[in-house]
Ligand binder design. Sequence first.
Ligand SMILES: Cc1cc2nc3c(=O)[nH]c(=O)nc-3n(C[C@H](O)[C@H](O)[C@H](O)COP(=O)(O)OP(=O)(O)OC[C@H]3O[C@@H](n4cnc5c(N)ncnc54)[C@H](O)[C@@H]3O)c2cc1C
Length: 422
Amino acid sequence: MKCVYWFRRDLRTYDNKGLYEASQECDVIYPLVVIDKNIMEREDTSPRRAFFFLQAVNSLREKIPITVKGGDPIDEVPRFVNNLGAEAVYFNRDYGYYASKRDAEVCKRVNCVSFKDHVLVEKGELPLYKVFTPYYKKWLEIPKEKPYPEPDGKFEGRGNPVPEKEDYTVPCATEECARERVMMEDKGSTMLSPFLKVGLISERYVYWNTKSDRVKRQLCWRDFYIQLYTSNYDYLSKGMRKEIKYDNDPRLIEAWKNGETGFPIIDAAMRELNDTGWMDNRLRLLVSFILTKVMLVDWRVGALHFMKNLLDGEFVINTANWQWSAGVGVDTKPLRRYNLVKQSKIYDPQGIYIKKWVDELEGVPPEYIHEPQKMPMAVQEKIGVRIGEDYPYPVIDLNKGYEEFVRRYKSLREKDSYDLII
Ligand SMILES: Cc1cc2nc3c(=O)[nH]c(=O)nc-3n(C[C@H](O)[C@H](O)[C@H](O)COP(=O)(O)OP(=O)(O)OC[C@H]3O[C@@H](n4cnc5c(N)ncnc54)[C@H](O)[C@@H]3O)c2cc1C
């Protein structure tokens, strides 16, 4: 039997369930990648993320002969299948709104055989939970599949090059680099998310090879959000709790986006994001807190900026996390507050990270690096950094901003009820 294997966000040969199953069931397999114009041209597609994806396709091409096409998969996939006279297209399931609709259309036109690969536990295997911890307990009990071996089928294809794209600095986009990362947890971060995003590595592989229970728990967050937010696509556009009236002050939004807020840890994080596409989870929590619960900006503004820049930007996961941060998602403490200075001192005690990204603050002594506006004039003069000229004063009062958030939040409710409205 002739089959097409359609790679989407599973750009690997090792431990790729759909590819492995195709290799067992088909006599010859024609691997296909469609550079999906609907995704590439979307407002929230980051060029850097697109480049990383294309690099990953390139690394896959070195392993098997893929045919690379560009266009709309709804047309391209059936055409490819029919031209070859293949009997079916095999792929791993994707759960996002666009992907589900796209796949349903393709499968109206050709025979499809699909597999669970993108998550460890998929929709339907557990009841729907809106709170993480009970889900996590049940998730741990579900037997997890073991990684699948390299496929041993016969592959044929054009092996044509991927389209050129602007050059960016991105991590090495190969399966081998992805697997190396599993053992390289640093400061509570593996930096696996960009690899999981394009499928250079599977959750299965990470689950069975990590030594860290923390990482397993984080993987569960991924499954949890994917299951919950794709159970009803409305959740992706509406908050799960009543939302406050936002101010959306353009001056504050610009300062936040550009890393010019006068809060060094926020500015460093935003500049790192803008320059590299990366930001650590703790910093994501802080910058999203400031934007939504202090500046009173709609979480969608932040979520879009993240999607336009993040190397690991995943629409469902990003949306769920932004809602969580804004107090309109599944956080059981929607009024959660961070002490910015304290967090900054924990994350970056000496200000090394801050100075890497906010070079205006290069000469600032560590005791002032988290609140440079408190530097006495004499120190400012000595080091040649004038707050208000070389680096801004804080653009907003943290306490007043947060108190206003709480006031608006509570005024939406008759009593202190923070129940989910979904
Ligand atoms: C406002 C905001 C936006 C975010 N947007 C994204 C996004 O677009 N894409 C994305 O992958 N993650 C997103 N996250 C979650 C988290 O920040 C990243 O997954 C994490 O920083 C990636 O680093 P890591 O690979 O070192 O994670 P690790 O801590 O090493 O965790 C291992 C893996 O678990 C998963 N994971 C970890 N934390 C979360 C989480 N909170 N939610 C879901 N999965 C998680 C990721 O796949 C991650 O690679 C966001 C978090 C916040 C607060």
